[in-house]
Each structure stands twice: as C-alpha cells, then as structure tokens.
Design a protein around this ligand. Structure first.
Ligand SMILES: Nc1ncnc2c1ncn2[C@@H]1O[C@H](COP(=O)(O)OP(=O)(O)O)[C@@H](O)[C@H]1O
Ligand SMILES: [Mg+2]
Length: 463
C-alpha cells in the first residue's frame, strides 16, 4: 500500500473512531440527564399532590382535589394518583369509581414506578398520597429524545467526517509531495546524477531532511570530482612509462631471441597493451563525465564502419567458432558521426557479444533507418534515426541488472569474465554525445536468447 493511501486510510479511521466515541459519550450523558430530570419532575409532581391534598383538607374543599386529579389524568406518563387515609381507604382517586374502596397494598404492578408521600398538617398525619408513573411511558420518552439526538449526531458526523477526510487528504498530499521529491532525489543520485537537488518548500523536519539531502549530494559531487581528478592525473603519469615498456618490448621482439626470452617479452608486451587499454578507457570515461567529449563529426557510412569492425574481430569469431551475420537496409551512408568513436562503440559491443557467447553461437548486426520512435528520448529534436542492433545467442543478462550494466565498473554478478566494466559506460557516453540513445534487451528479440544492444543515432544527412 502506498504511503499516501495508508495515511489517508489512517486519518479517515481516526476521524471515524473519534466520532463514534464522541457520539457514544454524548448519548450516555444525555440519557443520564434525562433520567435525572424525569426523577426530579416526579418528585415535584408528588410534592404538589401532597400540598393539594393538605390544602383540600384544611379548606374542606374537595373540588380542589378533584380538579387537580383531572389535570393529572391528562399527563400520559401518570397511570394513577390516589389519596389514602390512615386506614388505606381511598379518599380520592384519578379513577373516580374506586373512591370509597380500600387500596390493596399487596398488589404490585411491574410496569409502574410509585411515589409515596405522607400527607400531614402540622404534627397530625392524615394519610398518604401515591402517584403511579408508567414505566413504559418514561422509557418511550427517553427513547424518543435519544433517537432525536442520535439523528442529529449522525448528521453532524457525516459533515465532520467529510470535512475531516478532505483536510486529511489535503495534508497527506502536502506531506506526500515532499516525500516523493526525496524519493526522486534519492533515485537520481542512485542513478549517478549528482547534480540533482531538492527544492526546499517547508521548514519542518521534511524540509530539514531535504536540506541534509542536498548537502549530502553536494559532498558526493565534490568527492566524485576529486576522484576523477585523481584518477586522470594518475593515469596520465602512467601512460609515459607504459608506452616505453610497450615500445621497448616490441623492439626486443624484432631481435633474434631464444624461445624463453621471446615468451617473456610477449607477456610483457601483451600486458602493457592491456594496461594501456585500461588507462585509455579510464581517460575516455573521465572526459565523458566531464562533458568534454570532442566529436569529429563527418558524413560517414555506417555499413562500412560495421564491416571494418567485423573484419577486425574475424580471427576471434573464427577462434570461438561463432557465426556472425550482418544485415543492412535503408540509407546508411552520409551519416553525420565521429567514425572513430562509433567504431569504438561497435568494437565494445561486438567484443562483449563474442566474450559472452559460448562456442558455436551466433552474433548478428542489423542496421536500418527508423522514424520518430517513441522509445527514443530525443525524438523532438530529430525524426530520422539509424538503428544499429548487436545481438548474440550468449548467456544473456538478468532482467534486474539490465539497468545497471551501463554504470561504470559494473559487471553482472556471478559471472567470471575478464574485463573492467568500463566498456558499456563509454559506449553510452559516446552515443549520448551524438544525441543518440542506447538500450539493452535480454533475451534478444532476434533469437529469443542471449542479449541485444540497440543504438539509435540521429540521421542528419548532409547533401
Ligand atoms: N553481450 C553480452 N551478453 C551478456 N552480458 C553482457 C553482454 N555485454 C555486456 N554484458 C554484461 O555487462 C557487463 C559490463 O560490460 P562492459 O561495460 O563492456 O564491461 P566488461 O566487458 O569489461 O565486463 C559485463 O561484465 C557483462 O556482465
Ligand atoms: Mg566490454
């Protein structure tokens, strides 16, 4: 689940739980309050009844009592009201027909709450006043009030919930924007773009994190520059003695040497050539990274460059018993490129194809022209491209490492192959300096196995 969804769900739940708790508490306290009010009311009615009873005795006014009982009858929560003398004889009753009879104290009605109060004048007691309140009516009143309240709470909750969700979505978006910036920043730095900086939009912890991130990126960039300077000055210093070693070993080989010394000298020469190539690669890469690749662009023939490179590798193809094919279509001459650099690109790709293809395999080079492919990033600038594909039937490249093989010094894990991991980063640098693009696919589209490298170079014909 995305962080954004998690935060939105979490805050939505929080609002919901808060509303439920508030509703529950409100209903609980409202019920307590209602029950208390009803009890007080019953007490008042009862004491009023007692006063009316005593007054009617003092004034010998039955009518007062009768009128009062009539008024009580209108109250639906009162089931009965009765005034009894000391011997339990009914003096007055809301049900007039019972007057004169005797109350049966042992009969109890489950559905009635009865209040009993003594009626006395001064010290002299006259009897008791009893009122029976209907339990059902009380419960009904309480329920009605609570239902009304519940409806209001639900209406208010819906409004609060909607507002809460809107606010939390707004908040989550705000936080998420900053987090996404950091994620993209980390991704860019991880991909080697040390120039990437994060725009600081807030002064909170996320803002601080962004500031720290930018400082880290700055430090990394400085370190990277220091390392590049260091490497290129060291390699420059190595070049001179190395060309002396190579030159003198070649001179030695021209002499009449015995087999042992000749073998030693060959080893010295081959290793100095290897070391020389490595140093050249490092220097090439340093130039590419500093954005200082100098291209000597001239109208060149791609078919010819491919053919020359294949010719160069012919002995190696034969040695490993690898079949190589080349297919060309479209207009491939007069392409504005630095032919030496493109030859270097092809040599790297074909060299890799041979290196990572077992004996008896196949390597195919295909060149053609293509228009306006969506895959090509620079398509706004150019519409016509030359597509060069180098595909093999070799060991292939694991999908999850396809994105990394263009990083300098990167070699696919678990494969013991000679090399330095510099070739493809130089290839990419040269292709991009030509405003082109490169992509690796595995398995190859051609054979369904091995790998395929595709290059697109803008085709700017010079007439
Ligand atoms: N044609 C290929 N088939 C399989 N793996 C390849 C191929 N080309 C390149 N790779 C992988 O990419 C890595 C980087 O290639 P590269 O930069 O040329 O370095 P190197 O050839 O010095 O190892 C190689 O080590 C290899 O793991
Ligand atoms: Mg290589």
């Amino acid at each position: 689940m995305r962080l954004k969804t998690k935060l939105a769900v979490f805050s939505g739940l929080l609002v919901f739980v808060a509303l439920v708790i508030i509703a529950f508490l409100l209903l609980f306290f409202e019920k307590q309050f209602l029950l208390k009010t009803i009890k007080e009311n019953q007490k008042n009615v009862s004491s009023n009844f007692v006063s009316v009873c005593s007054e009617s005795i003092i004034n010998e006014d039955d009518l007062l009592l009768v009128n009062y009982l009539d008024s009580l009858k209108k109250d639906s929560s009162i089931k009965y009201a009765v005034f009894l003398d000391k011997k339990n004889k009914i003096i007055a009753h809301t049900q007039t027909r019972l007057v004169g009879g005797f109350a049966n104290a042992s009969v109890r009605d489950e559905n009635v709450i009865e209040t009993t109060a003594p009626v006395a004048i001064g010290e002299k007691g006259f009897g008791t006043a009893k009122i029976g309140f209907s339990k059902l009516m009380i419960e009904k009143t309480v329920k009605q009030s609570l239902d009304l309240m519940l409806n209001r709470i639900i209406a208010a909750s819906v409004i609060v919930f909607v507002i809460g969700v809107i606010i939390s979505v707004f908040f989550v978006n705000m936080v998420n924007k900053d987090i996404l910036q950091l994620v993209n920043g980390a991704r860019a730095i991880g991909a080697g773009n040390l120039e990437h900086r994060i725009k600081i939009t807030s002064k909170d912890e996320l803002g601080e994190l962004s500031e720290e991130f930018n400082e880290m990126a700055e430090k990394l960039k400085e370190l990277d520059m220091m390392k590049n300077d260091f490497v290129s000055s060291i390699t420059h210093e190595l070049r001179t003695p190395l060309s002396a070693i190579k030159g003198y070993s070649e001179l030695l080989l021209e002499e009449d040497l015995n087999d042992i010394i000749k073998n030693y000298t060959l080893t010295i020469r081959d290793n100095s050539v290897r070391l020389g190539n490595f140093i050249n690669n490092i220097l090439d890469l340093a130039k590419i990274e500093a954005g200082m690749v100098e291209l000597d662009k001239k109208p060149g023939d791609i078919t010819k460059i491919v053919q020359e490179t294949l010719d160069f590798y012919k002995p190696l193809f034969n040695k490993k018993n690898i079949v190589f094919k080349s297919e060309h279509s479209g207009i491939l001459h007069s392409i504005n490129v630095d032919s030496d650099k493109i030859r270097q690109v092809l040599a790297n790709l074909i060299g890799n194809a041979i290196k990572f293809t077992p004996e008896g395999g196949e390597v195919t080079i295909e060149t053609k022209t293509v228009n306006n492919k969506a895959e090509i990033a620079n398509s706004e600038q150019f519409t016509d491209y030359v597509e060069i594909s180098v595909s093999d039937t070799g060991i292939g490249i694991p999908a999850e490492q396809l994105g990394k093989i263009f990083d300098k010094f990167y070699q696919v894990r678990g494969i013991s192959a000679k090399g330095t991991g510099l070739g493809l980063s130089i290839v990419k640098g040269i292709v991009e300096a030509h405003s082109g693009r490169i992509k690796a696919i595995s398995p190859s589209r051609k054979s369904g196995q091995g790998s395929e490298f595709i290059i697109w170079l803008p085709r700017q014909e010079i007439n």
